[in-house]
Design a protein around this ligand. Structure first.
Ligand code: SF4
Length: 349
């Protein structure tokens, strides 16, 4: 069913003129900055993204630089943001942009959409914000605000609901200021019509037109079906150290955290007794052991529940894991991209 959202445009733009957030990637008319920031902002808070954005743009100031970056540099720049396929896809897209578009993101919504890792939201954001093309950029913020405004019980997790909203929003995009309208809804969703806890309706420019506010439904809208429950995985993480260096292992090229570095680990929680037995079976006899305690990391589909051990060795001759590399604490911080999942143990280097 189609809904006309044109009633919100004027109020939103007036509100945006007075309340737009100042963000380092805004008002610079640089499509590359819009692209990088929008990809980083998926799943990460604005405040956290600011530092990552500055570091990334400093190291890779243009699309050509991104296209040529080494995999290690890319992963290191993305370290801590998670969802590492995003930056790999960005590089694939950057290579296409250099080869086919002379290093400039195309000024066409469908051409943007054809690039690796760019979906309807990102294509809409780049097209409207950087090129003023009148297309929407529908994300969780837009879904939440519009469903509250209209008092709709649509489940915002369903792809067809997002598609319907994209169609409705496309019809009302103004010929000018489409980028401002998209950013106005993003900002309203991030600062006023907030997702968890009570929205700040008394500060909202749309409250006189909002069903959720008028009918006291802000606690129940939007409807969001819960995701499938996550798989739980136990792990034992080893901080092997020898003469000031630590053992690292590179993850496989495919799957979760593909290609990133990790501390050697096994998929079970080993008791001290079992660990000593394992070390003995692999001929490791001279070492000191320290229990490092529990760690937990939640991915979208899986949860890791970890315990860690520091194992200080006299020699590096352990055959418990294949292809270990050894690096000092400083080198690990500078060069090796270790995912946040291991943060509990990285902090104990
Ligand atoms: Fe959201 Fe409240 Fe504004 Fe309605 S009035 S759009 S619920 S902040």
């Amino acid at each position: 069913m189609s809904t006309d959202y044109s009633f919100m445009i004027d109020d939103l733009l007036v509100w945006y003129d007075a309340n737009a957030r100042e963000l380092p990637w805004r008002n610079q008319s640089n499509p590359y900055y819009t692209w990088v920031s929008e990809i980083m902002l998926q799943q990460t808070r604005v405040e956290a993204v600011k530092g990552y954005f500055a570091r990334f743009i400093h190291a890779l100031p243009t699309i050509e630089h991104l296209a040529k970056a080494s995999p290690d540099q890319l992963l290191k720049l993305w370290e801590g943001l998670g969802y590492y396929n995003r930056v790999r896809n960005m590089q694939k897209a950057a290579i296409t942009v250099v080869e086919q578009y002379n290093g400039e993101l195309p000024k066409d919504y469908h051409a943007l959409l054809s690039l690796s890792g760019i979906g309807t939201y990102t294509a809409g954001a780049i097209a409207s914000i950087a090129y003023q093309i009148p297309v929407p950029a529908v994300d969780g913020n837009v879904l939440r605000v519009t469903k509250r405004l209209t008092g709709s019980y649509d489940d915002i997790m369903l792809p067809k609901i997002k598609k319907e909203l994209e169609t409705d929003m496309l019809k009302i995009m103004p010929a000018t200021r489409s980028g401002d309208l998209n950013q106005a809804i993003m900002d309203l969703g991030a600062t006023v019509c907030i997702p968890n806890g009570k929205p700040l309706c008394s500060q909202c420019p749309l409250s006189h037109n909002c069903k959720a506010f008028q009918e006291n439904l802000t606690d129940v809208l939007p409807v969001k079906s819960s995701k499938k429950s996550r798989r739980l995985e136990d792990k034992t993480v080893f901080l092997f150290s020898c003469n000031g260096e630590y053992a690292l292992h590179q993850r496989m090229e495919k799957g979760l955290l593909a290609g990133l570095w990790e501390f050697p680990n096994v998929n079970e929680k080993l008791t001290l007794e079992k660990l000593e037995q394992l070390l003995e079976e692999h001929g490791v006899s001279r070492y000191e052991l320290e229990l490092l305690g529990p760690g937990k990391h939640i991915f979208s589909h899986v949860e890791w529940h970890m315990i860690g051990y520091r194992i200080t060795l006299e020699e590096k001759n352990i055959d418990l894991f294949d292809e270990l590399v050894w690096a000092s604490k400083e080198l690990i911080r500078e060069q090796y991209a270790l995912p946040t999942a291991f943060k509990t143990y990285t902090e104990q280097l």
